[in-house]
Every structure is written in C-alpha cells, then in structure tokens.
Write a protein that binds this ligand. Structure first.
Ligand SMILES: Cc1cc2nc3c(=O)[nH]c(=O)nc-3n(C[C@H](O)[C@H](O)[C@H](O)COP(=O)(O)O)c2cc1C
Length: 173
C-alpha cells in the first residue's frame, strides 16, 4: 500500500476477528518497529509479545477492562527502557528519549499493521504495575503503549482532525 494511503486508512480498530495473524506478517510488523529511529540509535525500549488467551485477558483487565484486548489475537506491549538511554543521555534520556523511542517504534508497528491489511488500536490507558506483572517485565521498564493487532471485525470510525491552520503555527521573525 502506498505510504499516504496507509496514513489515511489507519484508524482505530477495537473489534477483531478470530483469524490469527500470519507469522510472516508479525515479523514484518516487528521489523518495521525495529527500523524506527531512536535517540543515539540506542533503541531504549523493549517489545513484549502477548498471544496467550489467559494473558490477553489479564492485559484487558490491567487496561480497565478494555475487553477488545482479550479478543485480539495478539498484543505488542512497548516499554520504555530509561536506564538504557540514561547511560548516554542522563536525565533527558530517562525522562524523554526512552519514551520517545518506545513511542515511535509503536507508531511504526501500527502503520506496518495497516499496510498489511490488519487493524490495531493504540492503548495508553492502563495500570503500569498491572501491565508489568502480566508481561513479567522488570521494574525498570515503563509500559508506554499496548498495541492489539488483528483482522478487523468492524469498519473504522473516521473522526475529524483539527484544521491545519489551527494546529500549525508558523513562527515569524
Ligand atoms: C496516547 C494514546 C492513548 C490512547 N489510549 C487509548 C485507550 O486506552 N483505549 C482506546 O480505545 N483508544 C486509545 N487511543 C486511541 C485514540 O482514542 C484514537 O487514536 C483517537 O480517538 C483517534 O482515532 P483514530 O486513531 O481512529 O484516528 C489512544 C491513542 C493515543 C495516541
């Protein structure tokens, strides 16, 4: 799919078919995430792949009973790894770069999923500790986004955006 078509088509999907995701497609998504830029090329994030029914249900509970998380065939949990960025960038790495590294990797994965004809939704509302327990991540990692991925069982809702002239501020001399 052409890039701008991918960007246009990407909208949240919160209803998933039971059809599993082909291994090849999952690898393409993970490879796309791995291609994302990162501060100092340090890739200060980790990705946890959750595909067991029991764990997906636990993720849904950790995210305030967002039940579609239990229905999607898999979720990727993107965690910032602050210590990895702090080793070079100190406080800015901890506070900012690790979060940005995890975030842009998730964005790449999301767009890759769309390009492959799959649906996804960015999930940011969850209890950090509960998610960490489900994925068995160490305390030092901060879950940033959960990305459930699967074949869509609904048509996405196309929501309006702020007009560019409200959003973009041309800086004058
Ligand atoms: C940081 C962030 C957190 C979000 N958290 C959730 C969430 O917890 N649950 C959910 O259903 N959608 C969540 N969303 C999805 C937004 O609701 C959605 O992107 C927005 O309404 C625009 O719709 P669209 O993605 O279909 O264009 C989140 C999106 C972002 C970027």
């Amino acid at each position: 799919m052409e890039f701008f078509e991918v960007v246009k088509r990407r909208h949240c999907i919160r209803a998933f078919a039971s059809k599993p995701i082909e291994r090849e497609k999952l690898e393409q998504i993970l490879t796309a995430a791995n291609a994302a830029p990162s501060a100092g090329d340090l890739q200060a994030y980790e990705i946890y792949l959750v595909n067991k029914a029991q764990l997906l249900a636990a993720l849904a509970r950790a995210a305030g009973n967002q039940d579609f998380l239990a229905v999607a065939p898999l979720s990727l949990v993107f965690c910032a790894h602050p210590a990895r960025s702090a080793s070079r960038y100190g406080e800015r790495g901890t506070r900012l770069f690790a979060l940005q590294d995890a975030t842009i990797a998730c964005a790449f994965a999301m767009l890759a999923a769309t390009a492959l004809g799959l649906g996804s939704v960015w999930v940011g509302a969850f209890d950090d500790d509960a998610v960490r327990r489900v994925i068995k991540a160490p305390e030092g990692l901060l879950p940033v986004a959960i990305l459930p991925i699967g074949y869509a069982a609904e048509k996405p809702e196309i929501t309006p955006r702020r007009p560019l002239d409200m959003l973009v501020h041309e800086v004058k001399t």
